[in-house]
Design a protein around this ligand. Structure first.
Ligand code: NDP
Length: 614
């Protein structure tokens, strides 16, 4: 194992990527595979740096004593704006005999820095003083006062100025578009550096209650599913009416398990079909990009054709309703087996392929959260496949089976209005997810969480068997809904869907091409990583507008079940808890990624999900 020069916790000077500026940073980790140090800047930004980009503090003090010019350490304590990125080059030239860098490299860096300086100066000088005050209508002094440390201030000044300039560009898109693109292409360099250099080191901060919490969740999640299903089957599904535990042998039905396997492998076959485009995912810690085939929507159409054929040949789909609990047991057994396989294979996976969130070294925690980030058999991506196919399409098939079961049991020629509402709302949601399949590649599930019990059970059991609870409930507990009420619920679902879709699309488009002229009306805060944080549009309304839309839809899915029992509202209650917790996790990651820029975003957009409430 190669030795490392700097220890965890050591305070050193770290070079800012793409520049010759050094700032005080704290070493927080080291990756022995990529040989990169994880360092934390004073504003909370975490980056991965090469050893050659880190210097001990003493080497800076040494230089300072040799030269009265603006050495990096001196620069870091100066408030003067003239201590610009161009100055250190001069200082260095004078102390070239002490420099470790080869002369040519240094010259190149000086030229690059001066060029960057020139661009920045041109941009900073252009706006008038009045214009800079236009920033959000806030007085300029607020922007200047929010730096607590001088090192940080030097670093942030260009950022703040740049932000003002960029925000003005969004007011004058046509004229300044080119410059905006230039800035972005400059900033993209930072982004690439960051994404590629980020090492996969040990997970230090444990989520979900750590080892004890994840151990309990492994039992609690399946228990909750079976409790809900058994309750739903009762005539009186009140909370206090605890269902009797069924005989163990009645829970297992080999035919149900066989059908589940058939379903899973049929979906795998659809996934492997060479139809649909192939896209690249985000860069991994080693810089590699995985390829993903986008054909979820085709898989849905093929499934619909297969189910239609079965129905044509009188296949009784309500078999699913009759053996619902046994199907859930089959899916749970399968997901447990899959999780064990995933954990065993992850033990052989190279360090760089482990999940940033599931590499704690604790068996229970890593088993639950997922140890390997993108487990693949050849080009077959197990996590990506399970995220949208067997569970999500399975949910629609289950809903259809419930609709048919309702008609059969109650001898109806037509399904009830409430059943139609639930089926169509949820069908829209699934179709939307499959139509926008590519968007999943930037979600936390794909980029951060490994594939373990949490996602395997969530995708294959929780989603199809708990999300279909309203339809399952309606079969045993018919609920009449009047047309005006149905219309009101439909409007509510429409509002939720509109917010959800618009917010997700706005962010996706912005992330894909921030210089898109169609987005020129949006304002954003630039961050040190090169990515911007939207502060107007949906993302300026609340910090997670997509969650808000999702929750409104969840409510609309429960309302057709009436108010006799709380059971059909389980989904909306659970979903609020899930998204509040997810929001907190995302907030934590964004704080680490964007540091002070994130804090400023939070000041600008104070509400997380519900405006004026939370
Ligand atoms: P989000 O789509 O909410 O993405 C969060 C990320 O967006 C952040 O990490 C950050 O990433 C980026 N971001 C945050 N603020 C801004 C901003 N102001 N401007 C630009 N980018 C910003 O993540 P999720 O994966 O949690 O959710 C995706 C969708 O899936 C949501 O609609 C959610 O409701 C839904 N969902 C549904 C579930 C279900 O069971 N039905 C479960 C979970 C989610 P970066 O800066 O790195 O791009």
């Amino acid at each position: 194992m190669p030795s490392r020069r700097f220890a965890d916790g050591e305070v050193v000077m770290g070079r800012w990527p793409g520049s010759v500026l050094y700032y005080e940073v704290k070493v927080t980790g080291y990756n022995y595979v990529s040989h990169l140090y994880t360092v934390k800047y004073k504003d909370g930004t975490e980056l991965a740096l090469k050893e050659s980009d880190i210097k001990s503090q003493s080497s800076f003090k040494h230089r300072k004593s040799q030269s009265s010019s603006s050495s990096p350490s001196r620069r870091s304590t100066s408030r003067s704006r003239s201590r610009s990125p161009g100055r250190p080059a001069k200082g260095r030239r004078r102390s070239s005999s002490q420099s470790r860098e080869p002369k040519d490299d240094k010259k190149k860096t000086i030229q690059e820095t001066n060029l960057a300086l020139l661009v920045l100066i041109c941009l900073f000088i252009k706006p008038s003083e009045n214009n800079t005050r236009r920033y959000n209508g806030e007085p300029e002094s607020t922007e200047r006062n929010d730096t607590s440390c001088t090192v940080l201030e030097e670093k942030l000044k260009p950022d703040l100025e740049l932000e003002r300039v960029l925000e003005q560009y969004s007011l004058r898109p046509r004229k300044e578009e080119k410059k905006k693109e230039e800035i972005y292409s400059e900033k993209k360099i930072f982004e690439t550096v960051k994404t590629i250099e980020k090492p996969s080191s040990k997970t230090k901060e444990l989520e979900f209650g750590g080892r004890i919490g994840t151990f309990m969740l492994i039992f609690f999640l399946p228990a909750t599913v079976f409790y809900l299903l058994l309750m739903c089957k009762q005539d009186d599904p009140s909370l206090l009416n605890v269902p009797p535990f069924p005989a163990l042998e009645s829970l297992w039905e080999p035919r149900a398990f066989g059908l589940f396997l058939l379903w899973f492998f049929l979906q795998a076959l659809f996934y492997l079909l060479p139809i649909g485009k192939v896209v690249e995912g985000l860069p991994l810690s080693n810089g590699r990009k995985l390829h993903y085939r986008i054909n979820g929507f085709y898989a849905f159409i093929l499934t619909a054709a297969a189910i239609g054929t079965l129905l044509y040949f009188q296949f009784e789909l309500h078999y699913l309703y009759d053996h619902f609990v046994q199907f859930a047991v089959s899916a749970a057994v399968f997901s447990l087996g899959l999780s064990i396989y995933l954990y065993i294979r992850s033990l052989k996976a190279p360090e760089e392929e482990l999940a940033p969130g599931g590499n704690s070294g604790y068996f229970v925690y890593d088993f639950f959260t997922g140890h390997e980030l993108n487990p693949r058999i050849g080009s077959f991506d197990l996590k990506y496949f399970c995220e949208l196919r067997p569970g999500l399409i399975g949910w629609v098939v289950i809903n259809l089976a419930m609709l048919l079961a309702e008609m059969k049991i109650h001898n109806q020629s037509m399904p009830s209005l409430s059943m139609i509402l639930v089926n169509s709302f949820q069908l829209l949601y699934v179709l939307d997810a499959l139509w926008n399949e590519e968007a999943i590649l930037t979600t936390m599930d794909i980029t951060h969480d490994g594939f373990g019990f949490m996602l395997a059970f969530g995708d294959l059991v929780w989603v199809p068997f708990v999300y279909s609870l309203q339809a399952f409930y309606l079969v045993g507990h018919p609920t009449a809904v009047s047309w005006p009420v149905a219309a009101a619920i439909t409007v509510l679902n429409g509002i939720g869907y509109y917010i959800f879709r618009r917010a997700n699309s706005q962010k996706n488009s912005f992330r894909r091409n921030p210089a898109d002229p169609k987005l020129a009306y949006l304002k954003f805060i630039p961050t040190a990583t090169g990515k911007g944080l939207l502060v107007t549009g949906w993302w300026g309304f609340v910090r997670h507008p997509n969650y808000l839309g999702d929750i409104i839809m969840a409510l609309a899915w429960s309302l057709p079940c009436g108010f006799n029992h709380i059971l059909p509202y389980f989904y909306v209650i659970y979903f609020i808890c899930l998204l509040v917790h997810r929001e907190a996790r995302d907030e934590h990651h964004c704080k680490q990624k964007y540091g002070l820029a994130w804090e400023r975003y939070c000041q600008r957009v104070p509400y997380r999900i519900f405006p004026y409430i939370y």
